[in-house]
Design a protein around this ligand. Structure first.
Ligand code: GRF
Length: 251
């Protein structure tokens, strides 16, 4: 299969996936690596393996919207009403203006991302590897054209559905959990809420620091992510019915 990746940082998971493609643990090849941050180590890793890379920064879109929301140019194929109805990144009590701003600015950036992706040919699977941006329904629908065959994967640093959000290991550690873990899942319209593909756990000892927890977790991630991608490549994942998590966490 052809695999695309989106990153925001160091890309140690990206490296694990590249290595697994190169040594045959994944029946696939990397088609591109996109980043929302310039100059990150993950892009350097891509270059070293001669994988095409590109950057789409979100900042300019967010600043432009804040300066003049009325003049903000939306992608022509972006349907704001549809995105508002589908997304469940925010609770029902979130101010609509905040959600609207989020969707418009992200969709504008995503439109650029999609153009960069399209320019590098179609991929079978898009993997998020430390990509620190939530995707809107506008982007997700471009990949999940068949609702029973989601095509965007993510790795999350916690045992979902516990501790969604940006700091899974930190939240796990501060809560006082005795076990931590990571989850590979498909992306849906919510935050870290899509169907789970695989999970791994590790013990958290009394003496562990947050750095120890992160280190143990990443070592599990580097094994779990390539395994899950290989399941996808070999079509071993049974067709899932996409669930849509409600605000109260029930599906
Ligand atoms: C990982 O902990 C991953 O679970 C989370 O972001 C981190 C990315 O690390 N989504 P890296 O860039 O792959 O080193």
């Amino acid at each position: 299969i052809r695999i695309g990746a989106l990153i925001s940082g160091g890309g140690t998971n990206l490296q694990a996936i590249i290595d697994a493609c190169e040594d045959g643990r994944i029946d696939g090849e990397m088609a591109f690596v996109g980043s929302d941050q310039a100059g990150v180590k993950g892009l350097e890793r891509a270059r070293r393996h001669e994988i095409p890379g590109f950057v789409v920064e979100y900042g300019p879109f967010i600043r432009a919207y804040k300066q003049a929301p009325g003049q903000f140019e939306l992608p022509r194929d972006f349907d704001i009403a549809d995105a508002l109805a589908k997304q469940h990144l925010f609770g029902d009590d979130a101010p609509e203006e905040r959600t609207r701003e989020f969707l418009c600015t992200r969709a504008a950036a995503e439109s650029r991302l999609l153009a960069e992706i399209d320019a590098r040919g179609p991929v079978d699977l898009l993997v998020l590897a430390g990509f620190m941006r939530n995707l809107t329904p506008y982007f997700v629908d471009r990949f999940n054209t068949d609702t029973n065959n989601p095509r965007i994967m993510n790795i999350h640093p916690a045992i979902l559905p516990s501790f969604p959000g940006v700091d899974g290991y930190g939240d796990t550690f501060r809560y006082g959990c005795k076990v931590g873990g990571c989850t590979v899942h498909f992306i849906d319209y919510g935050e870290d809420s899509g169907p789970i593909i695989g999970q791994r756990a590790f013990p958290i000892l009394e003496t562990d620091t947050l750095d120890d927890v992160k280190h143990k977790g990443l070592e599990q991630e580097w094994q779990l992510y390539p395994e899950c991608i290989q399941h996808f490549a070999q079509k071993r994942l049974k067709t899932v019915k996409m669930t849509h998590t409600l605000d109260n966490g029930q599906v």
